[in-house]
Design a protein around this ligand. Structure first.
Ligand code: SF4
Length: 200
């Protein structure tokens, strides 16, 4: 059997071997979209929080009653807070508030809670952080224009408010967010104000 002749190596017109093809550039890391205070491209942890916050909205009346009793208890404890010092109590109370409300409402610790006026739907979950109702971009299915798979925070707020005994508080105009209060305890601030007003 005749042997097959080896193929000659390809050469260019000038006799040089062809240049090696340039190495492919490494694929660029795709940055997760960042909108609002957190990355809403939900990982597992965020998804769990999201389902719990919808539970809270569905049970807005129950939580409304619980919060009223809880707030009254905090005010009754005013002598204790004063003995400790409201400022000294701030860090531990804020830590508990962050854990509890983070779990139940996906709270962002804005420090000026309006859950009682928003059907237990935290407005700081809105990518635009709107505190006085939805933007004009709510989709026909009631979802957010920025995050299409997320129901609009304000659509949920309205649903939650309809379950509450004082749900019409949703119609009150909220002040702009004071960002200097971020990460502080709303519970303690409201308690201190209520206790001071009761004493005066
Ligand atoms: S309104 Fe502010 S304090 Fe209340 S749940 Fe939302 S981020 Fe937290």
């Amino acid at each position: 059997m005749a042997e097959t002749a080896a193929k000659p190596a390809p050469v260019q017109a000038d006799g040089k071997p062809p240049a090696k093809p340039a190495a492919k550039p490494a694929p660029k890391a795709v940055a997760k979209p960042i909108v609002g205070p957190v990355n809403f491209a939900a990982d597992g942890r965020v998804r769990r929080r999201i389902s719990l916050k919808y539970w809270s909205i569905r049970n807005a009346r129950l939580l409304e009653g619980f919060y009223k009793a809880f707030a009254a208890t905090l005010v009754k404890l005013d002598p204790l807070w004063r003995a400790i010092g409201y400022e000294r109590a701030e860090t531990p109370v804020a830590a508990v508030e962050r854990a509890v409300k983070g779990t139940l409402f996906d709270c962002r610790m804005c420090g000026q809670c309006v859950l009682s006026s928003t059907g237990m739907s935290c407005p700081m979950n809105c990518p635009k952080q709107l505190r006085n109702g939805p933007c004009g971009g709510v989709r026909a299915n009631g979802h957010c224009e920025v995050i299409p798979d997320m129901p609009c925070v304000w659509v949920k707020a309205w649903e939650g408010s309809r379950l509450m005994t004082e749900g019409d508080a949703i119609l009150a105009v909220q002040k702009p967010v004071d960002h200097t209060l971020k990460e502080t305890s709303s519970w303690l601030r409201v308690t201190k104000a209520a206790a001071e007003s009761a004493r005066s």
